[in-house]
Design a protein around this ligand. Structure first.
Ligand code: HEC
Length: 261
């Protein structure tokens, strides 16, 4: 093989590898070393577990949505391919349990109506000041992009939710703060949101703290990247293409140079 061909083939395989392997640079975080879950969506071919996304949405809806919004999601996203995939009827029912402001009507008045699939998932507070006022001055951040905004997001959210403990001796806690091993600075304004059997899962799964933390972290991974499955499928196609392409290159090289020595 000539050097040139080796370089071409090497380049093609390197490109394939770069697409197939998510580059995960080691990162030192200020919080403790994160716990790691073996997520179904990990790796280049990973997919979401629909039942898990449904459970995660249930946890979000029954617990987290008291304080946190997911402002980039609409109810209809819940029935789209690649997500929890509720049926359209289920999504309609879920949406209708919330109220939204609409209007003005013919008399110029604003009015409340049940939410519809086209509406954004209803936020707990009308604005940040109201959210702060209800939470001792701390702002519960929007969670739609949280798993993208933090390094190793799914494991970060999972670790925070399962990382509460009594403050070690000698650590002075500020007023209203809770000790959490994984939050930068170890003092978090969010009270521990989950405890065993906090929700009763519609699919009958045991609602342990650990299970709920995993499920809601998976759900928030989907809200941050609703097209994750499409991206993984495309990655697979690109890798297959590159392998076939490398084979073709090699075959044509053989052919073109077959009489040269
Ligand atoms: C009672 C209100 C409340 C509930 C319920 C609640 N949170 Fe929070 N959460 C907060 C507040 C306030 C903060 C900001 C903490 C801070 O800045 O110290 C926060 C912070 C967070 C953070 C850390 C964000 C960061 O900046 O790194 C995550 C992740 C989070 N919440 C997830 C959740 C999830 C998931 C649930 C549901 C299981 C939930 N929260 C339920 C009030 C709440």
């Amino acid at each position: 093989m000539t050097n040139k061909l080796q370089i071409i083939l090497g380049g093609v395989f390197l490109a394939a590898a770069a697409i197939a392997l998510p580059l995960d640079a080691a990162h030192a975080s200020e919080g403790g070393e994160l716990k790691h879950v073996n997520w179904s969506f990990n790796g280049p071919f990973g997919t979401f577990d629909r039942a898990q996304l449904k459970r995660g949405f249930q946890v979000y809806r029954e617990v987290c949505s008291a304080c946190h919004s997911v402002k980039f999601m609409s109810y209809r996203n819940l029935s789209e391919a690649g997500g929890p995939e509720y049926t359209d009827a289920e999504t309609k029912t879920i949406a209708a349990t919330n109220k939204v402001m609409d209007g003005p009507d013919r008399d110029g008045e604003m009015f409340e109506r049940p939410a519809e699939p086209k509406d954004r998932i209803v936020k707990p507070f009308p604005n940040d000041n109201a959210a702060r006022a209800a939470n001792n001055g701390a702002l519960p951040p929007d969670l739609s992009l949280m798993t993208k905004a933090r390094h190793d997001g799914p494991n970060y959210v999972y670790s925070i939710l399962t990382g509460y403990a009594d403050a070690p001796e000698g650590v002075v806690m500020a007023d209203g703060m809770n000790y959490n091993h994984y939050f930068p600075g170890q003092q978090i304004a969010m009270p521990p949101p989950l405890s065993d059997d906090q929700v009763t899962y519609e699919d009958g799964a045991p609602a342990t703290l650990d299970q709920m933390a995993q499920d809601v972290s998976a759900f928030l991974t989907w809200t941050a990247e609703p097209k994750l499955e499409d991206r993984h499928k495309l990655g697979l196609k690109v890798v297959l293409f590159l392998i076939v392409f490398a084979g073709l290159l090699f075959a044509s090289y053989k052919r073109i140079w077959k009489d040269q020595h």
